[in-house]
Write a protein that binds this ligand. Structure first.
Ligand SMILES: NC(=O)c1ccc[n+]([C@@H]2O[C@H](COP(=O)([O-])OP(=O)(O)OC[C@H]3O[C@@H](n4cnc5c(N)ncnc54)[C@H](OP(=O)(O)O)[C@@H]3O)[C@@H](O)[C@H]2O)c1
Length: 265
């Protein structure tokens, strides 16, 4: 029988956990990469109760750290080259005016959202292209669709993820490869730690025009994966907005985004 093994960065928390449940329900073996060992252990124990007999392996690595990345690469090469679906999910945002945000914090975000996503994509691209089979799923964001003041740098990192992943998918098609690169763009997710970590609890977008939940995004990702879609806008309200976005003048789009990143209290 064909191997069914999914690798997920940041899989033990938030959206990653919701996605893991979808794959476990279809009997996939799971491999997590995360920087928080306590969360990895706790998440594994919880899921093994819900999915008895499931296989969950993990590796502790800060994906922004070059030494950790080298150790991770060696471990994957030895144990998990046969991963059939790899999901670049780990990511975070900063919040505020760029000139007021710690530069170190933003550099760390760029290292994770852009560089780690790029490097892990290359690692799995090589192995999957050798087998001419496999799927890489990159979690981007609706903020990749236009500049997003007050999450300016985050939106720019996700613009990279969307453009890189979609460009790569077209290159694979041009080469007649069976490897698929899928880009998933969720709207603001209400129920993960993401907003709290960025001190964005009071920001309107998480209760705004098109918010979504981790479960809805995981469902959309799963349905897109089954249909071999290369681009998924997640959250039904966001999908409607995305369809009509092209009719809305840029200045009005910006006004809407600025309104969404206001603090409500
Ligand atoms: N939440 C939203 O509104 C939203 C909207 C659109 C797109 N997204 C994207 O969805 C993805 C998942 O976000 P989420 O909402 O699930 O956030 P989350 O709950 O904060 O989960 C992010 C996961 O990534 C891990 N991580 C963070 N930094 C890492 C590092 N340096 N090395 C390894 N792992 C690291 C986190 O571990 P720790 O617990 O140690 O931090 C956590 O397990 C991200 O790419 C995010 O940009 C989120």
């Amino acid at each position: 029988m064909k191997t069914k093994k999914v690798g997920i960065s940041g899989g033990s928390g938030g959206l990653g956990l919701a996605i893991t449940r979808k794959f476990l329900a279809d009997n996939y073996e799971v491999v997590w990469i995360g920087n928080n060992e306590a969360e990895l252990i706790q998440g594994k124990e919880m899921l093994l109760k819900a999915f008895q007999g499931a296989s969950i392996d993990y590796f502790v690595a800060d994906l922004t750290n070059a030494n950790d990345f080298e150790r991770l690469h060696a471990w994957l090469a030895e144990h998990h080259q046969d991963i059939t679906v790899f999901i670049n999910n780990a990511g975070f945002t900063t919040f505020g005016y760029v000139n007021e945000i710690s530069e170190k914090w933003e550099e760390n975000m760029i290292a994770l959202n852009i560089l780690a996503t790029y490097k892990l994509t290359r690692v799995f691209l090589q192995w999957m292209m050798e087998r001419n089979d496999g799927t890489i799923i990159n979690i981007s964001s609706n903020s990749s669709f236009q500049p997003s003041p007050r999450i300016t740098t985050y939106a720019a990192t996700k613009a990279f993820v969307t453009s890189f992943s979609r460009g790569l998918q077209e290159e694979l098609k041009m080469q007649g490869s069976n490897v698929l690169v899928m880009t998933v763009c969720p709207a603001a997710i209400q129920d993960t730690a993401f907003k709290k970590k960025a001190k964005m609890d009071k920001v309107k977008t998480f209760n705004g025009i098109a918010f979504t939940t981790a479960k809805e995004v995981a469902d959309d990702l799963w349905n897109g994966f089954l249909k071999k879609r290369d681009f998924v806008v997640s959250g039904w309200k966001m999908r409607i907005l995305y369809r009509i976005k092209w009719l809305v003048p840029y200045r009005i789009q910006l006004w809407m985004v600025k309104n969404e990143t206001k603090e409500t209290i």
